[in-house]
Design a protein around this ligand. Structure first.
Ligand code: NDP
Length: 441
């Protein structure tokens, strides 16, 4: 046991058993969402038609398993995608920013170039639409090879998790702590339990890097988020090919999710203070979540709308857009407020000083609830589900899952902050009693 990397004594997510269950269960959920929403079977209401689900399984998976598991083409295109984005991430010039202070006293340098990358991607896509109309072969490929690509990203995230797990044991080339320390890598506080399975799942190293290229921030913001955007577009294109026009519900889902995705990519600097970056290690949980779960589960509404055309009234559109605006406003304003406060601005707002010296806001957004930003995110999630109307519970998967994820995240953060701030955290909770939703929870 060293001071820099203490052994993890209490494990999250139910420890090794819980992580084993999640390693198996999460990919099965992504598969289920596909099997319940495809050309053979589209789940209606709350009823699951087991016979049709089985038929879909047999046709898409059982009879095609070899192809799904070892699909050369999907692998080839996915590697092109991943590697091109990684090269652009490294070589497109951006602003140099530093992350939070690490346990060895150093701060990692990041190349913030999301705006340049998004502009490039949008120029390419718009010019291709202009030249080819709604018939881009790459989008057709995405739609037609959805399941193969899902399997590929699942396999890729397993391999990537092994890579980062094994490299976490290799000593650094340069001394840590701005050259004052030793060659030890900084491990995640949660991922050094010495249980191989658990550490592999939760992520052993805090910030795995190849040179200056930060694998965790890259995976969080680039290949998965942008693939989600392209998968949505592929559904929009397919709808146009099928019926000759694009429904307003499809435009809405694409637009609302596009705003969120692009905001995520552009707001790289804000992500540097997110729990994922500051606290969690990078292992299977984040690799799978970023690369497979996000793109292939989050595009469910768009896929559903390709299979079932839904036209919304102007009033329905208005309500949905209003919800998105309110949710997005709460989400952005509260996250910005905390970031500004943490970087020394907004000293006029009331706060309490903790025993560690850092302050906790008790006024503004952070005086309303302990995670008001999560509340904004929940409203956004609901606004994405509503364009599919109320035909099936399936398309509400996102808001149900996301609410549970944020509640779980709040509980994890509560434990983290109690460990970090002790009595000051208890005092903070007395002043700001609601956890996420004001007057409700
Ligand atoms: P938060 O942004 O809520 O950050 C929690 C941290 O903020 C705490 O650990 C503490 O860290 C600090 N903090 C807590 N209370 C205060 C306070 N009163 N004053 C100042 N600092 C405080 O959590 P996340 O990083 O989990 O989420 C960031 C955003 O990302 C959220 O909007 C969330 O909804 C979104 N998100 C989106 C996901 C998606 O898939 N779309 C997934 C997960 C999150 P410290 O004191 O150490 O600075």
């Amino acid at each position: 046991m060293t001071v820099l990397n203490p052994v993890t004594k209490t494990t999250e997510f139910g420890g090794p058993i819980g992580s084993l269950i999640l390693i198996i269960f999460l990919p099965l959920v992504t598969l289920f969402l596909f099997l319940a929403c495809n050309e053979i079977y589209l789940m209606e209401g709350f009823n699951l038609n087991l016979q049709l689900l089985k038929d879909a399984f047999n046709i898409y998976v059982y009879n095609d398993l070899n192809n799904l598991l070892f699909d050369y083409q999907s692998w080839k295109y996915y590697l092109y995608w991943f590697i091109s984005l990684a090269l652009l991430d490294v070589y497109i010039p951006g602003n140099e920013k530093f992350g939070i202070k690490l346990r060895d006293g150093s701060k990692l340098k990041y190349n913030i170039n999301g705006l340049q990358l998004v502009s490039l991607l949008l120029i390419i896509i718009c010019s291709r639409f202009y030249l080819l109309g709604f018939n881009l072969p790459e989008l057709n490929f995405l739609y037609d090879n959805f399941l193969n690509l899902m399997f590929t990203t699942w396999e890729f995230s397993i391999l990537l998790s092994f890579f980062v797990y094994f490299t976490s044991f290799i000593p650094l080339r340069n001394k840590n702590g701005n050259g004052n320390g030793n060659y030890e890598r900084i491990l995640s506080i949660n991922g050094n339990s010495k249980n191989i399975l658990f550490d592999w799942f939760i992520g052993r190293e805090l910030n795995p890097r190849i040179g200056d290229w930060d694998i965790k921030l890259f995976c969080e913001l680039r290949p998965g988020l942008l693939l989600w955007f392209l998968l949505n577009l592929s559904c929009l294109q397919r709808q146009f090919q099928k019926i000759g026009y694009i429904t307003n519900s499809m435009i809405l889902v694409n637009l609302l999710q596009f705003i969120y995705i692009i905001d995520g990519v552009l707001n790289e600097e804000g992500c540097l203070t997110m729990v994922d970056i500051t606290t969690d290690g990078f292992g299977f949980m984040l690799a799978f979540g970023d690369l497979c779960w996000v793109p292939f589960c989050y595009c469910l509404q768009a896929r559903y709308l390709t299979l079932k055309e839904i036209n919304l009234t102007n009033f329905e559109m208005l309500i949905i857009i209003l919800l998105m605006i309110i949710g997005f406003y709460i989400f952005k304003a509260s996250n910005n407020e905390k970031n500004n406060f943490r970087s020394g601005k907004l000293s006029n707002l009331k706060s309490i000083k903790t025993e560690r010296g850092t302050k906790l806001l008790i006024e503004g957004w952070w005086g309303i609830s302990q995670h008001i930003n999560y509340f904004g995110d929940m409203i956004i999630a609901l606004s994405w589900c509503l364009p599919t109307k109320f035909n099936t519970i399936l398309t509400y998967f996102y808001v149900i899952y996301f609410t549970s994820l944020l509640i779980h995240r709040q509980i994890r953060d509560d434990e983290k902050c109690f460990k970090k701030y002790g009595n000051s955290w208890i005092e903070y909770k007395k002043k700001v009693p609601y956890k996420i939703i004001p007057y409700v929870y």
